[in-house]
Design a protein around this ligand. Structure first.
Ligand SMILES: [Zn+2]
Length: 177
């Protein structure tokens, strides 16, 4: 648990509350003053507390900063806990971001008799085409066997293009396809 969450709990345990205001945060207490050291601690961690209290944006609304923060966190965790080199940790962090991007940006729905990549009739499922999960619950897309790899590659390009800063950081290791 973060220091900010610890402090929020401590304040609550002391009968107070930390509330978000337009200009920052405010300490409230129904039962007299909060201990000075707790107030001082809350002041020292003000920025982190604001961060912890702010409603989280859903990933679909993430902008550049949120993606960068997520990427940095993944890379740091990978490097420190995963026993990997920095380059590998960053590569894995980018992969993680790309997978998340693909999950929250599912491909456009397409009719079951049409290949999602080339738009031609999908033919016999099994011999001509395969069904792949589209990302939405219970929804499939159909792809010709030969269209599967190009489709995946173009989806990946879309993700890479949508996260240009992250992808550029990894160009050195050849991930920016
Ligand atoms: Zn096709």
């Amino acid at each position: 648990m973060s220091a900010a969450q610890d402090i929020i709990r401590e304040v609550q345990a002391a009968g107070g509350a930390i509330v978000l205001t337009e200009s920052g945060v405010k300490l409230k207490s129904d039962h007299g003053a909060l201990p000075d050291d707790l107030v001082a601690k809350a002041r020292a961690h003000k920025a982190a507390i604001i961060q912890a209290l702010r409603p989280k944006k859903s990933r679909a609304d993430w902008g550049r900063d949120e993606w960068q923060t997520y990427y940095d966190e993944r890379a740091a965790i990978g490097e420190h806990d995963g026993n990997t080199t920095q380059v590998d940790a960053e590569r894995l962090a980018l992969e993680d971001c790309l997978s998340h991007w693909l999950a929250i940006n599912p491909p456009e729905p397409c009719p079951p008799d049409t290949c999602a990549h080339c738009g031609k009739p999908s033919g016999e499922v099994g011999s001509d085409s395969v069904a792949v999960l589209a990302g939405r619950p219970n929804e499939h897309l159909w792809l010709h066997h030969r269209c599967y790899e190009p489709f995946r590659a173009s989806r990946r390009r879309d993700a890479t293009k949508s996260l240009p800063e992250l992808s550029n950081q990894n160009v050195v290791v050849g991930i920016g396809r």
